[in-house]
Design a protein around this ligand. Structure first.
Ligand code: HEC
Ligand code: HEC
Length: 156
């Protein structure tokens, strides 16, 4: 005698409900693998060590090699007394908005002019205000122990 239809249906339904539940359990991610940090997300991490930004006064530093073509160059000098930058107060401009220097040979100690991409009108030296906050892209550098190792490799 064959099974009544309702019995077959209840078996199928039970499988449909329980299978995904097993599947989810197998894929559960442990707390210490949720982020890049190899600790549980419930641990309270130690406060990171304060970074000491290096760099001497502008004019006394070597330019830092770019990590890749078209990367925003890093700031080799101190920016201690130049921040915060606001829309209307920006010391970076005094030394770096120098359109006449674009393409000129620079001797050591001379400020590097912001490139043409940074102006609305290069001839007038009119800065494109979408770029007023220079340190959004250009950063001073510090020697620190990385919290998370970077796997970035320079392109050959
Ligand atoms: C008093 C002038 C002066 C001021 C103010 C100044 N800089 Fe500079 N900057 C320089 C000089 C000179 C260099 C060349 C490196 C050196 O000798 O320190 C330089 C280099 C740089 C470089 C490296 C460019 C490259 O192609 O390698 C960046 C980026 C930069 N500065 C950004 C900034 C930012 C952002 C500010 C504002 C927070 C700023 N600078 C303020 C003079 C200045
Ligand atoms: C949105 C990101 C961004 C902002 C904001 C920005 N820059 Fe740049 N900057 C770049 C990139 C990317 C480059 C390199 C590519 C290029 O030439 O455009 C660069 C290049 C430079 C260079 C090096 C030029 C050279 O010949 O090597 C200087 C100096 C510079 N920027 C200064 C500034 C200053 C000063 C400000 C603020 C007024 C500023 N930048 C704002 C992204 C930015």
């Amino acid at each position: 005698m064959s099974k009544p239809a309702w019995k077959t249906l209840s078996v199928v339904l039970a499988m449909a409900v329980s299978l995904p539940a097993f599947a989810v359990q197998d894929q559960a991610i442990p707390d210490d693998s949720l982020g890049l940090s190899k600790t549980s997300v419930y641990d309270i991490p130690d406060a990171p060590v304060m970074a000491e930004y290096g760099g001497g006064d502008p004019g006394s530093n070597k330019r830092i090699a770019k990590s890749y073509y078209s990367a925003p160059p890093m700031i080799p000098h101190t920016i201690k007394d130049m921040v915060p930058i606001t829309r209307d107060t920006n010391l970076c401009r005094d030394c770096h908005v120098l359109p006449d220097l674009i393409g000129q040979k620079l001797s050591p100690g001379m400020p590097i002019p912001s490139p043409a991409s940074h102006y609305v009108d290069v001839k007038k030296g009119e800065l494109y205000m979408g770029r007023w906050n220079c340190i959004q892209c250009h950063r001073p550098q510090a020697k620190v122990d990385l919290l998370v190792k970077s796997t970035f490799r320079k392109a050959k």
